[in-house]
Write a protein of this length. Structure first.
Length: 556
């Protein structure tokens, strides 16, 4: 028997020993009792696999290859260890650790700087809030609390930011518009002015002072809708700014826009302007404007609450008085006029007192119809209503045209120096019974429509113009139309057209047209009743916020 017969024994012993070595290496690794290189795992695995493969295949050359593979794994490791410099490696580790510590300190310094900047900004906001809240108490007892407060805020922001002009706008949630509430200084309009507005400083300023803006398609509405402040250093390069020039006072410079918010809801906008010959607003001035806007937002909350309470109390007290006198101003009985049928109604909203209509028979061949909507509420609007009614009743007895009469009334209202709002929309119709001609003039938003019996169509004659009471130089124009039997003149206030249903959708001109055309063969009084019923059915139980008035004049 040859010794080669026992070759399998050392193979089995080698495999068992390699397996034991692997087990011990794993134990050392798990218990962390020493450093174990992955090279030892590879060496033991190579011997284990080579031994077992040789045993089963009986090709002993594979065991030799396993030994060679083990040495291949071992030699690079031993060479690396033989020429390694532990001290140098430790120095590299220490240098890397120091670099990480330095970076960490730099980050800490940056974080501290950011925190300090935030703390400084918050401190400025807190100090500004303290000043505003302290000042706010002085406005509670004034007659025009919000107006006076906004005027104070306008002065404060303009001074702190060194602006040439400032405009503060507040949102009207019912009309879905932005209305100018405070205007001071030189503020070149960054929006497109009306084509028919003369480029004169007083007219442009008046237009801006009483302007209302939609919440899109203009720079005020767009920034309000976005809710984000904006700095426009060069308005020439910004497509949002409309250049109205070439007049010098219309040239736009730099602008700052800062929203006023109630919690997360934007309720207004502060707009600041600087002339083009001045240096543009800086980032620091922009940050100051935003801080002031935030402080004003916080301060306005208690003022809003106070005004809501005060308004409710005041309206409850004098609203019933105003409503009573408003009804007394309406004609108690419709006059009988040859060749005409008249239908009308006026549905007042509690504590509003804004609408009135009048029918004045001045001569045999002339009768005047008035439909008016006065701005404001309660006793304020009642006072203006009485003034307009008295002027018109006196003026229609002259030979002047409807437009001239409105101009006279406008001049008289503008001369009124009281602090109450004295603006109104008025439609005046002078009808000549002998010629069947109607002379129509309007100011503001009160529309006048004509239904033509021949083709059963209804169209609007009037166009929106400047309201009565804005400026004494406003010029109105006459529209003269020839009427035939069956034709109908209709005038109403915007409170009727803007009446809301339970889904918040307005009644609109389209619904009014449908009722008029459908009932065109009925008497004028019947037509007005049909409109009233349709309006009531459309609105349902939805709350209304403005008077609803209608005047129907049918030619016999």
């Amino acid at each position: 028997m040859s010794i080669d017969t026992f070759i399998d024994v050392p193979l089995i012993i080698s495999a068992i020993a390699s397996l034991v070595v692997i087990a011990l290496l794993v134990t050392v690794k798990l218990r962390n009792t020493g450093k174990v290189s992955f090279v030892f795992f590879l060496m033991a695995a190579a011997v284990l696999v080579g031994s077992l493969y040789c045993y089963y295949e009986e090709h002993y050359i594979y065991f030799v290859f396993a030994i060679i593979l083990e040495q291949v794994f071992l030699l690079p490791y031993l060479i690396f260890k033989a020429f390694d410099n532990p001290q140098k490696r430790e120095e590299k580790k220490l240098a890397k650790k120091n670099a990480e510590l330095a970076a960490s300190r730099d980050n800490d310094m940056v974080s501290k700087a950011v925190i300090a900047e935030i703390e400084e900004k918050n401190q400025k906001l807190i100090n500004t809030n303290k000043d505003l809240i302290s000042k706010l108490s002085s406005f509670f007892s004034s007659d025009n609390s919000m107006e006076n407060f906004l005027e104070y805020c306008n002065d404060l922001v303009t001074e702190r930011v060194a602006a040439d002009g400032c405009v503060i706008l507040l949102a009207d949630e019912y009309d879905n518009t932005l209305a100018v509430k405070s205007f001071k200084g030189a503020f070149p309009p960054p929006y497109k002015l009306p084509d028919d507005l003369p480029h004169k400083p007083i007219r442009v300023e008046t237009n801006l002072r009483f302007a209302q803006f939609q919440l899109k398609d203009n720079i005020f509405g767009d920034i309000f809708t976005s809710g984000e402040p904006a700095l426009i250093a060069d308005s020439v390069k910004d497509p949002r700014v409309y250049q109205n020039g070439p007049e010098e006072f219309l040239r736009c410079g730099s602008y700052i826009f800062a929203p006023i918010k109630n919690k997360d809801t934007v309720v207004g906008l502060i707009a600041l302007a600087r002339k083009p010959e001045q240096e543009p607003f800086t980032k620091a001035e922009f940050d100051t404007a935003v801080i002031l806007a935030d402080a004003i937002s916080t301060t306005m909350k208690p003022l809003y609450s106070f005004l809501e309470y005060a308004e409710h109390t005041e309206l409850s007290k004098d609203g019933s008085i105003a409503t009573k006198y408003q009804k007394d101003l309406l004609p108690p009985k419709l006059p009988v006029i040859q060749g005409l049928q008249i239908g009308c109604f006026s549905t007042p909203v509690e504590n509003v007192c804004g609408d009135f209509y009048d029918i004045i028979v001045s001569r045999k061949d002339k009768v005047s119809f008035v439909m008016s909507d006065v701005a404001g509420k309660g006793m304020n609007s009642l006072i203006v209503m009485i003034m307009i009614r008295a002027i018109l009743r006196l003026a229609v007895n002259t030979n002047q045209t409807a437009a001239t009469i409105l101009s006279w009334a406008n001049r008289g209202i503008c001369l009124e120096s009281s602090k109450i709002d004295h603006f109104a929309s008025v439609a005046l119709i002078n009808y000549n019974a002998s010629t069947k001609e109607a002379e129509i003039a309007t100011c503001g938003n009160n529309p006048v429509f004509v239904f033509t019996a021949a083709d059963k169509t209804m169209k609007q004659i009037s166009v929106p113009t400047e309201p009565m009471g804005v400026t004494k130089d406003t010029v109105y124009k006459d529209d003269i139309i020839k009427l035939n039997s069956g034709d109908i003149l209709i005038s109403c206030t915007d409170g009727l057209l803007e009446s809301l249903n339970e889904n918040g959708v307005q009644y609109s001109i389209d619904n009014l047209k449908k009722v008029i055309i459908k009932n065109c063969n009925s008497a004028a009084k019947e037509i007005s009743n049909r409109v009233k019923d349709d309006l009531k059915k459309y609105c349902g139980i939805a709350q209304q916020y403005d008077d609803q008035s209608l005047l129907v004049i049918k030619i016999q």
